[in-house]
Design a protein around this ligand. Structure first.
Ligand code: NAD
Length: 324
């Protein structure tokens, strides 16, 4: 099989590329290295089945050609991370909406199978116990930049479904809840790598808000396994799937676990949201996925515990000299 992975030099992308190459497939990566890096693919650089094309999906002239040469496209390239979204909202919307539109248009030419990465952010401020793919979505006002990421990804989903309906394009949408693991950078506000880096240096861990907001963390290996199972299921086409774990932890508890697992002397420090992000910043108290849809279709269940996740992230950052 030949694959195109947009954003393949990013965190999730590089793990996916590794997985695809390990089964003997050919992979073309298109990445502009804005939040990803060549270093993420360095260990694969001797593999002749990997071709890395540096370019921006918004204006790469050969994008359509590269898509037409592929049996399947994983579209992961996006402007990612709350910090980036708050500080560069125009780039977020443009990259996520026009970038996905370009990829969809390219895929239509030869009816190429496509998987599009979306996010649990689309559930917005909903206070439901557990989020299901059929739920209504409750996005905040357009005066708060934070919601532009959710809206841009939601528009991607609508576009994907529109192409599925109007052109029978075989497209699948995956809504990732917090995916974590080695190679994720803390530079754009992702909480776990940020905590681990600080804990290794015995520096204060900054917790935004009161820290009682809870999240579920899924190891990237589990996420990649979910993507590959969706790829192999024809029933998944034209559908949206949550990918995440059901184990909830508060950010206060996550900080305590990181400090314990790293064997750190770090303290924790609470920082108001408006200082961390922007005035009026809104966050969700909890975000728990209902994963029955993907589980019943593919049998997928996450397998790596939070303790195992923290250990693997700590191991990676120790090996890296703890710099992001
Ligand atoms: N990690 C998570 O917890 C999470 C949660 C929800 C959704 N997602 C989605 O998963 C996908 C991958 O995220 P990630 O966590 O690996 O982040 P990442 O930043 O590591 O990966 C994104 C990649 O896309 C590249 N990119 C960005 N803009 C580009 C452009 N215009 N042209 C070409 N390449 C471009 C970046 O350089 C990077 O390599 C994204 O679509 C993201 O929205 C991730």
């Amino acid at each position: 099989m030949k694959y195109l992975v947009t954003g393949g030099a990013g965190f999730i992308g590089s793990h996916l590329v590794e997985n695809l190459l390990s089964e003997g497939s050919e992979v073309i990566v298109v990445d502009d290295f804005s939040t990803g890096s060549r270093k993420n693919l360095e260990h694969l650089s001797r593999n002749s089945a990997l071709d890395v094309v540096e370019g921006n999906i918004l204006n790469l002239p050969e994008l359509e050609y590269l898509i037409s040469r592929s049996d399947m496209v994983y579209h992961l390239a996006a402007a990612v991370g709350v910090e980036l979204v708050v500080h560069d909202p125009v780039r977020t919307i443009t990259t996520n909406v026009h970038g996905t539109e370009k990829v969809l248009k390219g895929a239509v030419r030869k009816n190429t199978k496509l998987l599009i990465a979306s996010t649990s952010e689309v559930y917005g401020k909903s206070e439901k116990d557990s989020f299901s793919e059929r739920d209504d979505l409750l996005i905040g006002p357009s005066t708060h930049c934070r919601w532009s990421y959710a809206c841009s990804k939601l528009l991607d989903e609508f576009l994907a479904m529109a192409y599925f309906r109007s052109s029978r394009l075989p497209v699948v949408v995956a809504r990732f809840f917090n995916t974590v693991g080695p190679r994720q950078t803390g530079r754009y506000g992702m909480v776990l790598p940020r905590f681990v880096e600080k804990a290794i240096r015995n520096e204060d861990l900054q917790i935004y808000g009161d820290g009682e907001q809870s999240r579920c963390f899924c190891h990237v290996d589990d996420t990649v396994r979910a993507l590959r199972l969706l790829e192999k299921s024809d029933t998944a086409i034209g559908e949206v799937f949550n990918i995440g774990t059901r184990r909830q932890t508060t950010i206060n508890n996550l900080a305590a676990m990181v400090i314990e697992h790293v064997g750190s002397t770090s303290a924790t420090k609470h920082v108001p949201y408006e200082k961390a992000y922007e005035a009026g910043f809104e966050d969700m108290r909890r975000r728990l996925p209902d994963i029955s849809k993907i589980s019943s279709l593919t049998g997928w269940e996450p397998s790596i515990s939070l303790e195992g996740i923290i250990d693997s992230v700590a191991g990676f950052h120790r090996g890296n000299g703890a710099v992001s």
